[in-house]
Design a binder for this molecule. Structure first.
Ligand code: 13P
Ligand code: SF4
Length: 358
């Protein structure tokens, strides 16, 4: 089920109207002068958006003032790639990170795709190169490569099919083969291995930089040692402490968390799946083990439930994107994301195979 949200069209709203909306959603903890400044920036963004005939896609991790004021659509990476593929606007502004903007360009190459900050990377995407994938394919010939969408285009181009956190197990199952290479998130791979009943091996990096695979003949998944620098920091100890303080809390963990953390949580799913869970749960109190900004956005949409904040780890890449950067992006048409055609065509095949699965 898709939960990408189409936001009310705010293009014609005044700063006062946006201010009132922000106040209703995040006014409990944001002082009014800050809200007024954000509302004025949002009006500028919306005017530029109309002038440029642009669409703004906002990932669930966007900071609350941006999330609640300028995107035409908000959602997880899978849903936003669908929106990017379908848009007929001239310009796509991706309020997210670089691999998401690249995916938009891969799927809709005739549009201008803008990423408001060049610093909006991702530790998972940076953990693997196209040469690494080629080396794995040489070592495990004929084994299909499933690549998490949190990778750059040249890595997707070397892959057979992509997946996101919302469809990873379905993608692996869809291949109907005994063995897959699943890249680059070690934890997501281990969580998928458990969900699909497969046994996984993950290489260790030797001091020389070379990879070493343990001699294990009984594996069905080959992983990689990439990690999300945000989700890898949550521990079972954190969960135990929170539960001892708030025994009725329901804990939700993104599948980029370690399998131990996922096991200790009550639910694990993509950012959209977590949002749906909170909407439907009867539990009075919940905690999200993911980027903290999403917790604020979910809390604003569910005022009847109490959200515990665990904001000690933040995604430094998602946090690059602000209303000001988005305004400057549209004002100066920066930073344009391009993918060489030869890579784009091969990467598109992998992304489209994934989208067809759902
Ligand atoms: P989702 O696909 O669940 O939105 O996750 C993207 C991401 O980067 C999580 O860290
Ligand atoms: Fe990448 Fe982790 Fe940030 Fe998501 S939260 S963009 S996986 S570093």
């Amino acid at each position: 089920m898709s939960t990408t949200l189409t936001i009310t069209d705010r293009s014609a709203m005044s700063a006062e109207e946006i201010f009132e909306e922000l106040k209703a959603r995040i006014g409990d903890y944001t002082p009014e002068p800050e809200l007024r400044m954000q509302a004025e920036l949002a009006v500028e963004v919306n005017q530029l958006k109309a002038q440029r005939n642009a669409v703004i896609l906002g990932h669930n991790y966007m900071e609350p003032a941006l999330f609640h004021s300028v995107p035409d659509f908000v959602g997880d990476s899978l849903d936003l790639s669908r929106k990017a593929a379908a848009t007929d606007k001239d310009v796509i502004v991706f309020c997210g990170v670089r691999f998401m903007a690249e995916t938009a360009k891969i799927l809709n190459p005739s549009r201008t795709v803008l990423l408001p900050s060049l610093e909006a990377g991702c530790s998972l995407a940076a953990s693997i190169t196209a040469a690494d994938v080629r080396a794995l394919k040489a070592r495990f010939p004929g084994v299909p490569v499933v690549t998490y969408v949190n990778t750059y285009a040249d890595v997707k181009a070397e892959s057979d099919i992509c997946c996101t956190s919302s469809n990873a197990a379905a993608v692996v199952d869809s291949l109907g083969v005994d063995t897959v290479i699943f890249l680059p998130d070690e934890y997501l791979a281990k969580n998928v291995a458990r969900d699909t009943g497969k046994h996984i091996i993950v290489p260790t990096r030797l001091p020389t930089g070379n990879l070493h695979f343990a001699d294990d003949v009984d594996f069905q998944m080959v992983g990689w040692n990439g990690r999300c620098e945000v989700h890898e920091q949550f521990t079972v100890g954190d969960i135990d402490l929170v539960r001892s303080q708030f025994p009725d809390v329901v804990i939700l963990a993104h599948p980029e968390c370690s399998p131990e953390v996922v096991d200790a949580a009550d639910f694990s799913g993509s950012t959209n799946a977590m949002i749906r869970y909170v909407e439907q749960t009867k539990a009075p109190r919940y905690l999200l083990l993911t980027e903290c900004a999403m917790g604020e956005n979910v809390a604003a949409a569910n005022p009847d439930k109490e959200m515990l904040r665990l904001c000690m780890v933040r995604c430094p890449y998602m946090n690059q994107i602000t209303l000001q950067m988005t305004r400057d992006s549209l004002r100066h048409m920066q930073y344009e994301i391009d993918v060489p055609e030869e890579i784009r065509v091969r990467a598109r095949r992998s992304v489209e195979r994934m989208i067809a699965i759902g």
